[in-house]
Write a protein that binds this ligand. Structure first.
Ligand code: SF4
Ligand code: SF4
Length: 648
């Protein structure tokens, strides 16, 4: 049953956790029939959450601690650290972890590219044009051999990430918006080698080393730039080269896509390489015969979270993803359908509570990434040179798990939707006829007021799942603001018809006309959270085409339910790019008067009245904290209107 995501009154009793009927139905089933708390139940038991943690004023990095800053009782930690030091040091620690995870992801893709170039893997070069473009931008030699070029690119990446901090990263200087580079150069925040930057950052945050809040903040900003180019950009580009650049397509989404008659494999995480091979081998004739012998009519692979977003625009040969289940917060509910035989987890966003749910069903959990370890769960660490045999082994395990299924425990909600997905910079240019001019003309004519990116994770912090990204997207398009989305926000919005061509009925008149004439939805799905890079690419292209700095564009960013440390790195990078950046929940900086005033939109207005400088003065971007998505849309609209005054 395809239907529009039903928006619910967050204060009704009827719906307990989610605006999505499928999730809500599964939650109520688990509540009544299965003795297994979910993420939503655990969220409730944590309320009220600790104010010291929320505000970032708890420090436990040395044995004298933990210390908490309480203005009425203790304004400093035992060592004398102020709230400003503790908050900024904690922020840098968070950003370091997030940046390291992105860079780790890029390294995994680079290793696969290198081993492929040496003929050691079953992968090949699927996007030679992009490979050549990368070489050209980085000043490397092209050759007639794709494998030689791939080797040269992978080798260059490893040399780059090992450079000292003093030598600017070529991945930043080659791909960042030109006018932005000047801003970053003046602030000395163009990063060097990513490994060195991570090492330098974590060293500075050890106890009693660096206590200057401004310096720690600039360090975090510099690292966020390193993460954006050596992490996100490199991962996206290498994956495009190996798997092909995604294409615009449509896909069935939500829990209702699960087929009770098939062997079902759910892939969950962020890294699409091994799971792409699983998709391919799920259609091997001999494995399909074995599945049939076990009583299944097919073998199906479904996406969950970002790795699903990575696969839906790609496919592998004739093998296609059977559907995208949804955001990371659906993982326990997918298992509770009783029809997921195997769940393959490849990187972050696998919750520790997942195993408890899997134990109540027959689902086999498997980690496929060396750094991902779940207590009591098997690991088959991805080895690019063995990817084909590993993928086949995983499909065999899924067939085996299927034989343990208990048909009387299967309960799959009916709800599905069919959004348009797979937008990239290339796809946007394609839709626009090869140049950004039609988009710019529509902005100048006021048909589109501006562009807002609604990106990143989802978070139960408002007590209802799937509300904020969708309400925000609906509010923005109604105000003629084109929305681009990625990450779990995109997974949530995909459950609505706002991501179909019919979605233009949500729009204001101007945006409606543009969407109707181009045949596009008003919310463009740009894939995974790593693929936020593709949105940065579009913003960079706009800045170059118009020869203006990114901070001058009528563009804004929202992370309406940010959750992990990667999001903090992304958020800071967005501000470093000069963009107005809405976040909810509040960043863990509000315990520092200096940081909250310096970073925050509302406070910065007051500081300007006192002639004090804020982050807008040095970077052009700022954070706006607002938990209500309707009010957040108004803030974004106001910001875009201001930018238009200068832009036009
Ligand atoms: S570094 Fe200072 S503030 Fe932090 S735990 Fe140690 S004594 Fe307390
Ligand atoms: S967007 Fe956030 S929550 Fe979703 S999969 Fe990516 S990191 Fe995890």
């Amino acid at each position: 049953m395809e239907e529009k995501l039903r928006l619910l009154d967050p204060f009704t009793e009827e719906y307990k956790v989610s605006a999505d009927l499928g999730t809500e139905q599964m939650y109520q089933k688990i509540d009544k029939e299965i003795d297994s708390p979910t993420l939503f139940d655990r969220w409730k038991t944590q309320q009220p959450q600790c104010r010291f943690g929320q505000e970032g004023i708890c420090c436990h990095i040395c044995g004298m601690g933990p210390c908490r800053i309480n203005p009425k009782k203790s304004e400093r930690g035992i060592c004398g650290a102020t709230a400003e030091t503790i908050v900024s040091r904690n922020l840098l620690r968070h950003v370091t972890a997030g940046a390291a995870a992105y860079i780790h992801h890029a390294k995994r893709a680079a290793t696969t590219l290198k081993e492929t170039s040496e003929g050691k893997t079953g992968f090949s070069i699927k996007d030679e044009k992009k490979l050549k473009e990368m070489l050209r931008c980085l000043g490397l030699q092209e050759s007639s051999s794709p494998m030689e070029m791939a080797k040269s690119l992978a080798d260059f990446f490893f040399e780059e990430i090992n450079k000292p901090v003093e030598e600017p990263s070529a991945f930043v200087t080659a791909f960042a918006p030109r006018k932005r580079l000047q801003v970053w150069e003046e602030l000395n925040i163009i990063p060097g080698g990513a490994h060195s930057e991570v090492l330098e950052s974590i060293t500075r945050t050890m106890s009693h080393i660096n206590t200057d809040p401004m310096e720690l903040l600039l360090n975090a900003t510099r690292l966020s730039i390193s993460s954006a180019y050596t992490g996100l950009l490199a991962a996206v580009m290498f994956q495009d080269i190996l798997l092909g650049t995604p294409k615009v397509t449509s896909v069935q989404t939500n829990l209702g896509v699960i087929d009770p008659a098939a062997v079902n494999i759910l892939v969950h995480g962020h890294q699409p390489l091994l799971v792409w091979k699983i998709l391919e081998h799920s259609q091997d004739e001999d494995l399909l015969c074995r599945a049939a012998d076990a009583g299944a009519k097919d073998i199906k692979v479904y996406g969950s979270t970002d790795v699903g977003q990575e696969l839906i625009g790609r496919g592998n040969g004739s093998a296609r993803l059977a559907g995208q289940i949804g955001s990371w917060m659906k993982q326990e509910f997918a298992i509770a359908t009783g029809a997921v035989d195997m769940m393959v987890v490849d990187f972050n966003c696998t919750i520790p509570g997942l195993k408890a749910m899997a134990e109540r069903f027959h689902t086999k959990l498997l980690s496929v990434e060396p750094v991902v370890r779940l207590e009591g769960v098997d690991t088959l660490a991805f080895d690019p040179s063995k990817a084909d045999e590993q993928a086949r082994a995983i499909v065999e395990m899924a067939i085996e798990a299927f034989t343990n299924r208990k048909p009387d425990r299967i309960n799959i909600p009916e709800h599905t939707s069919k959004p348009i997905v797979g937008f990239t910079t290339e796809a946007v240019l394609d839709v626009l006829g090869g140049s950004l001019s039609p988009l710019i003309d529509a902005i100048v004519a006021g048909k589109i007021l501006g562009i807002a990116a609604v990106v990143g994770c989802t978070n139960p912090h408002r007590g209802r799942h799937e509300m904020s990204p969708l309400v925000l997207a609906e509010e923005l398009v109604a105000r003629d603001i084109l929305v681009v989305s990625s990450g779990c926000c995109a997974s949530d919005i995909q459950h609505s018809d706002i991501m179909t061509p019919e979605g233009y009925h949500y729009c204001g008149d101007g945006l409606k006309e543009v969407c109707y004439s181009l045949g596009i939805p008003p919310v463009l799905s740009f894939g995974s959270c790593t693929e936020i890079h593709r949105i940065v690419e579009v913003v960079t292209a706009l800045s170059h085409t118009l020869n203006v700095d990114t901070s001058q564009l009528p563009v804004a960013v929202s992370a309406p339910e940010w959750m992990d440390e990667k999001s903090l790195a992304d958020g800071l990078f967005s501000v470093a790019l000069g963009l107005f950046t809405h976040v909810s929940p509040a960043l863990p900086v509000t315990g520092s008067k200096f940081l909250s005033r310096f970073l925050s939109h509302r406070e910065s207005k007051r500081r300007h009245m006192r002639n004090e400088s804020t982050i807008v003065d040095i970077l052009g971007g700022e954070f706006a904290i607002e938990t209500d998505p309707v009010r957040a849309a108004s803030l974004i609209e106001y910001h875009i209107a201001k930018k238009r005054e200068k832009f036009l």
